[in-house]
Structure formats: structure tokens, C-alpha cells
Write a protein of this length. Structure first.
Length: 231
């Protein structure tokens, strides 16, 4: 009896990990940039906090709606492709068999073996075989709108709370420095966690999100200081 070989892969995390990292990164960057920009415009401490809270709520709702709509569009496209493929399988199964065989030949199998593989996979699950090998649709990568929306909204709120919490406890004069500095630390930590979860290089992941976060906060602070108004 053959022993089952168990491996741990990270591709099943792609759906929620992408949405969660995007949401948390956007929560930190947008809220910190908003706070720094408003502080640079010489707003009062209370106005800065109110602006930050409004940004948190609006951002979380925007992330949820945006993720749901965009990912649902992907899901609709996948469903339409699967429906069309199912109809083609019923209309001309022989042509679909030849098409699947040609795909396996192009991947390195000889013609006879490719035909056997196509026949066996078609007998087991014809639509699944074509979805995976012809359309590139698999369970691990299939669109899940609700999951993406919830992950983005929750992670945005968590990310936004971090710079907002700093702004709540830091006095007015040093608020911009503290918010921007600690937000870069938060972003570096997010990059490390995301890279760790996805199996990517840690330093590269941390550097990438930190650099773009610093750029966003710097530009927003410059605009706020230049115009002297809430940004």
C-alpha cells in the first residue's frame, strides 16, 4: 500500500491573503497619510481625530464594496466561461477531447499518453478538466467575493486603528512625526507577516510596503502644508 505524501502549500491562502494584506496596507497608509496631511494643515487635535475616524469608517466600507464588486465581476466571468464550456462539451465532446489532448501534448506528453490522460480525466470530471487545464480556473484560485470583501474591510479597520491610536495619545505638536514614524514600523511589520504567510522573502516584503507608505505620507504631508487646508 502506497504511503500518502502530505505537503503544505500556500496557494489556498491567496484569496483571503491578498485581500487582507491590501486592506491592512491601505488602512495604515491612507489613515496615516490623512492624519499627517491634516496635521500639516494646522488643524486642531480634535479635528484630526474626527477626520481619522471618518476615514476609517469610509475606507472600510469602500474596501468592502470595491472588493466585492471587483471579485464578483471575476466570479461572473468564470461562471460564464464554465457555462460556455459545459455547452461545448455537450455539443461536440469529440472536439473537446481533441482540444484537451492537444493541451497535454503542448505540455510535454506524447500524443498517445496525452490522449489517455484526456480520456481518463474526462471520464472522471469533464468540466473540471477543461476548467483547470483549458480555462485556468481552479478551486484554489476561484473568486470568492464575500470572503474578499470581509477580509478587506476587517483588515482595513485593523490597519487604520493603528495610526489613529497613535494620534489619540500623542499631543498636537509631535503628532505628525509620531504617526508617520510608527506607521512605517507598522507597515514593515505587515510586510514581514504577509511575506511569512505567503512564503516570500521577508526583507523584500517589508521594504516594499514601507517604501510606498513613506512616499504616500510624504506627498500628503507636503500637500497639506502647501495649501494649509484639510487634505
Amino acid at each position: 500500500m502506497a504511503r500518502r505524501h502530505t505537503e503544505r502549500h500556500r496557494t489556498d491562502r491567496i484569496g483571503w491573503l491578498r485581500a487582507a494584506v491590501l486592506g491592512a496596507n491601505d488602512g495604515i497608509v491612507s489613515t496615516a497619510s490623512l492624519l499627517v496631511g491634516v496635521a500639516a494643515a494646522s488643524a486642531s487635535h480634535d479635528n484630526i481625530l474626527v477626520t481619522g475616524v471618518a476615514g476609517l469608517v469610509a475606507g472600510a466600507m469602500s474596501m468592502a464594496a470595491g472588493e466585492y464588486v471587483s471579485v464578483h465581476s471575476q466570479a461572473d466571468t468564470e461562471a460564464a466561461d464554465l457555462a460556455r464550456e459545459s455547452a461545448e462539451l455537450k455539443a461536440d465532446p469529440a472536439a473537446e477531447m481533441r482540444e484537451l489532448t492537444a493541451i497535454y501534448v503542448s505540455r510535454g506528453l506524447d500524443a498517445s499518453l496525452a490522449e489517455q490522460v484526456a480520456e481518463q480525466l474526462t471520464a472522471h470530471d469533464p468540466l473540471g478538466a477543461h476548467a483547470r487545464d483549458e480555462l485556468g480556473i481552479s478551486t484554489a484560485f476561484s473568486a470568492q467575493p464575500v470572503q474578499a470583501a470581509l477580509a478587506s474591510a476587517a483588515s482595513f479597520a485593523v490597519g487604520a486603528v493603528l495610526p489613529l491610536g497613535v494620534a489619540a495619545v500623542v499631543p498636537g505638536p509631535g503628532l505628525a512625526v509620531w504617526v508617520s514614524g510608527l506607521s512605517l514600523v507598522f507597515l514593515a511589520g505587515l510586510g514581514l507577516v504577509a511575506a511569512r504567510a505567503g512564503g516570500a522573502p521577508l526583507v523584500a516584503g517589508a521594504w516594499r510596503v514601507t517604501f510606498w507608505g513613506a512616499l504616500a505620507m510624504g506627498i500628503t504631508a507636503g500637500v497639506g502644508a502647501l495649501f494649509g487646508a484639510v487634505v
